[in-house]
Write a protein that binds this ligand. Structure first.
Ligand code: SF4
Length: 129
């Protein structure tokens, strides 16, 4: 009899994330500089928004090296009703980009889900993604 597949890869992908422990190392959270409430807030946070843009540019460079980028973006889109997920950098995207893509979300998910599944399959099998 075949062993039951391990279906617990869920958020294990984060263990392989290029940004894991990055905020502790840098002392700043490049990926969630503003946090969800400020990001969706009014213009009074303009200066912080500019700083966030600089941080996000640095974060996007890190995302380019990330082996679990597809899993990250899929989880963001699948759970984006949460304010936390609306904010910050996910899967190499900033909130504005995800907003621009939102009209095409089903197509985007269809395109990247196989990549995310491959990443999670490797993780389930103990292979580095
Ligand atoms: S894609 Fe970017 S935000 Fe997502 S886990 Fe990787 S480094 Fe972190």
């Amino acid at each position: 009899m075949e062993p039951e597949p391990d279906t617990t890869a869920g958020y294990k992908w984060f263990n392989y994330a290029a940004c894991k422990d990055m905020s502790e190392k840098l002392g700043e959270d490049l990926f969630f500089y503003l946090g969800s409430s400020l990001e969706t807030g009014s213009g009074k946070y303009g200066r912080r928004r500019n700083q966030a843009r600089n941080y996000y540019e640095a974060a996007l460079k890190i995302c380019k090296t990330c082996p679990v980028r597809a899993s990250c973006l899929v989880d963001c889109f699948e759970h984006e009703t949460s304010n936390h997920l609306r904010a910050g950098v996910w899967g190499g995207t900033v909130p504005e980009t995800r907003n621009d893509m939102s009209a095409y979300q089903p197509e985007v998910l269809e395109a990247i889900r196989p990549l995310a599944e491959l990443e999670r399959f490797k993780i389930m099998k103990g292979i580095k993604p």
